[in-house]
Design a protein around this ligand. Structure first.
Ligand code: UD1
Length: 421
């Protein structure tokens, strides 16, 4: 398995372009299943998750190409309705194919996505949305079986929680259901609003936002191929801003959406950082002394759980102590023990971490446990005195395109050690 070697302590400077959003592109790839033809997506980075999703679409009968940031998905011959364990187990977002398969083929078998390192991640809200729309759902032998004996019919779907994935599933399934669907308590994340809804609308779907968290969907008989440039990744953008904050470096991120960074910028301003923004760039001017500021993760527009680990890395060097409360995944603190190996002082209890800032981190061998925890360890490695070796970095390849090249171009000393195969 590949690993990263980081020699910490280098100041960073310059600018870095943010890639297309992983979490926005995955449901859009699944949306392509709803039409018969060739969809074209631009600004698609080369990430492991896209390779996995592409393999799943190919298994279902699609033809997928991905070159120079453009992905084409030809869905003329979708004729398989089963997403098997060996493909689904690589990526939970595989559940996104279930709604489109039910809509297009009237049946679907998707291997039950298991838990993962960041905690229990059930799919009950997805399944309940399919049932509301008329699908019969059964779970047996580790598979979810769905079929629609009487077709799909519009319904009222009231989400128990504004889940990103379940909102996407409910939308993907209802756009070609007969009649009107009302989805209440929907997720407001830009991956839904500025991406999936925009793409489906280009495909011919009729989706109206009737108030802040309710969507009205008028089902259509057919959807058509569409082409779109994908929104940039707000989590990658936030990670680079936090790289600026922790290394006390001026960094400009380009090709980003500043409006998606409000909660992070608000917190970082309180820590003492300042920012300059244009329509699609943000420059961070870091604080000389990092003030400790509490955060609580919650659904958008509040502080994202996907930046919690990276923010924690930054707080390990704050001048005092702060609390980090995780309300989305209460067990998502796997990075804490590894950061402590680098000299941090973090304790975790009942979904809240207390971070007592230290003067300096020191390089050590650490292990990446999941995607965002890996990013946190990289940030810590950039400032730790000496060398940090991070193993199991396949996690980072799921969601960050060539992070070592991007950080290297800013002046970081980071090297990928490719394991002998
Ligand atoms: C998405 C993101 C992930 C991010 C998360 C929260 C993708 C591919 N992944 O994951 O990076 O961390 O949003 O912003 O976009 N829940 C249930 N039942 C369900 C669905 C969710 O109980 O059927 C719970 C989850 O356990 C969790 C909360 O709802 O506690 C939020 O999860 P959700 O928003 O669904 O996350 P994902 O869509 O899986």
């Amino acid at each position: 398995m590949d690993s990263f070697l980081i020699n910490g302590g280098k100041k960073l400077s310059g600018s870095v372009a943010i890639s297309g959003s992983k979490n926005a592109i995955l449901p859009v790839m699944a949306a392509a299943l709803l039409c018969s033809g060739k969809c074209v997506l631009h600004n698609v980075p080369h990430l492991l998750d896209f390779k996995n999703m592409a393999n799943l679409l190919v298994h279902l009968g699609a033809k997928v190409t991905h070159e120079a940031g453009t992905m084409t998905i030809d869905t003329c011959d979708i004729n398989v309705w089963e997403a098997p364990y060996e493909l689904v187990s690589k990526m939970r977002a595989s559940i996104y194919v279930m709604g489109p398969l039910l809509g297009r083929l009237g049946k679907a078998i998707v291997s039950f996505p298991g838990g993962c390192a960041i905690g229990s991640r059930p799919v009950d809200f997805h399944l309940s949305a399919f049932e509301k729309l008329g699908a019969r759902i059964m779970i047996e032998h580790g598979n979810i079986y769905g079929y629609c004996p009487d077709g799909l019919k519009g319904a009222v779907i009231d989400m128990p929680f504004p889940s990103v994935g379940a909102t996407a599933s409910a939308i993907l399934c209802s756009v070609i259901s007969e009649g009107e669907t009302l989805i209440k308590n929907v997720a407001l994340e830009p991956e839904i609003d500025d991406s999936l809804i925009d793409f489906l609308t280009l495909m011919g779907a009729k989706i109206n936002r009737i108030n802040d968290n309710e969507l009205q969907i008028i089902g259509v008989k057919e959807l058509y191929p569409a082409e779109m440039t994908m929104v940039s990744d707000r989590i990658e953008a936030g990670t680079f801003l936090l790289a600026g904050a922790i290394t006390k470096s001026n960094i400009t991120i380009t090709n980003c959406e500043p409006k998606h960074q409000k909660s992070l910028l608000e917190k970082l301003e309180k820590t003492g950082c300042t920012f300059a923004q244009t329509q699609d760039t943000i420059t961070i001017f870091p604080a000389e002394t990092i003030k400790p500021i509490d955060i609580t993760t919650a659904p958008y527009p509040a502080f994202p759980t996907d930046l919690q680990a990276q923010y924690m890395a930054c707080m390990t060097l704050a001048d005092g102590s702060c609390k980090i409360k995780e309300t989305i995944y209460p067990d998502r603190f796997l990075q804490a023990a590894e950061l402590n190996r680098l000299g941090a002082n973090i304790t975790v209890k009942d979904g809240t971490a207390t971070v007592l800032g230290v003067k300096q981190l020191s390089g050590a061998e650490v292990m990446a446990s999941d995607l965002r925890a890996s990013a946190a360890l990289i940030l810590a490695g950039l400032v730790a005195e000496g060398t940090t070796k991070i193993s199991r970095i396949y996690h980072i390849d799921r969601g960050y395109e060539k992070i070592e090249d991007k950080l290297g171009s800013l002046g970081a000393d980071i090297q990928r050690i490719v394991a002998k195969r």
